[in-house]
Design a protein around this ligand. Sequence first.
Ligand code: HEC
Ligand code: HEC
Length: 340
Amino acid sequence: MKYRIITMLLGLLLLYACSKSDSVTNTDSITSTLTEYQIKRPVRFPEMYIPNDNKPYKERITLGRMLYYDPILSNDGRSCSSCHLQTMGFTIAGSAGSMPVLPHVNLGWNTNYMWNGSKKGTLEDVMIFETEEFFATDLNRINNNEKYVQLFRQSYGIDKITHKYIGYALAQFTRTLISDNTKYDRYMNGTDVYTYNEEMGRKIFFSEKGDCFHCHVTLITTDNDFHNNGLDSIYTADKDKGLYNVTKSVNDLGKFKTPNLRNVALRKTFMHDGRFTSLEEVIDFYNSKVKKSASVDPVMLKPGKENGLQLSTIEKSQLIAFLKTLTDSTFISAVEFSKP
Ligand code: HEC
Ligand code: HEC
């Protein structure tokens, strides 16, 4: 008798476990009809996190790409691509003194988003925010669009399009926006050589001389962290307070997300408020205009660096020559990333 009860209980447990795993596959049962897609993982790149319920499939990536370029998502005629332009590395030539658009490049390795870190999580999380809150996508409009109703049914097995699934599809596309063919990548892989000036610039960047590598740790993506690099010493305007606006901790005053430096030479304005309009100005800042404050990164005030980096005119130009090797012309012209 006791035995029977135990077997019954075990049976129930097994049934429960099966039904549970069944329901997991069921939500994604549509995938057996889709075309599998392997997100590329270039040499030297770390593993990219991909949530189980949004595995990459060609149909979903294509859908995300269509949405990215389609003004149907917004209420004012704009699409994501109105501000995130492929030819500029998925940003835009902003105007001096206004917040630059952050580029969409190697975002699949990020978990912190926005200059001040106001969004965290997976690409799905930030993309849901973009459609639901930033664009406030009108769900009636998209649900009245036969083409999208069809495509969402085919890709996700859903009858009603929601912000969640729009975000999921956008995440599928943006996850494929991988840059791995700059001259720097080729140099690292041993398939290209640097000029003398590029090589000297690389050495300044990755040594105590320039100290850039402390924060721009990896040029694959970024360090995924926030730093105060000494742009200001007093923080009156909210826009300059950075991560402080999110955490309200004084230690975070003036801390911003370390931007990805890929395609940086294509940008027209630099830093969270677009205060610099050339790489020369950026380097001059790091060389001699860093400001002290309680939250400035200790790297900026290292002994011996009290009077700046003290780079010569030639060294400054070498650093710029190196930054220019971070331009990925394959990425900015790839057909699979362009308007479908
Ligand atoms: C009007 C211009 C504009 C449009 C249109 C636009 N963006 Fe952006 N995007 C920005 C700006 C500016 C930032 C930086 C905002 C900040 O840091 O607070 C940004 C940042 C982002 C980020 C964070 C990137 C990072 O590295 O942290 C993501 C993700 C993003 N946008 C996705 C989208 C998507 C998806 C769409 C379409 C649904 C879209 N954007 C449409 C201007 C725009
Ligand atoms: C203490 C960390 C730190 C160090 C060291 C550092 N950076 Fe930065 N860098 C940042 C942060 C954070 C930002 C964004 C700051 C902002 O917008 O307020 C930034 C921005 C930039 C930008 C502008 C990118 C854009 O898209 O606007 C460039 C270019 C740059 N850094 C290059 C360098 C170089 C070259 C060096 C070495 C001379 C260097 N950085 C040293 C953290 C650092």
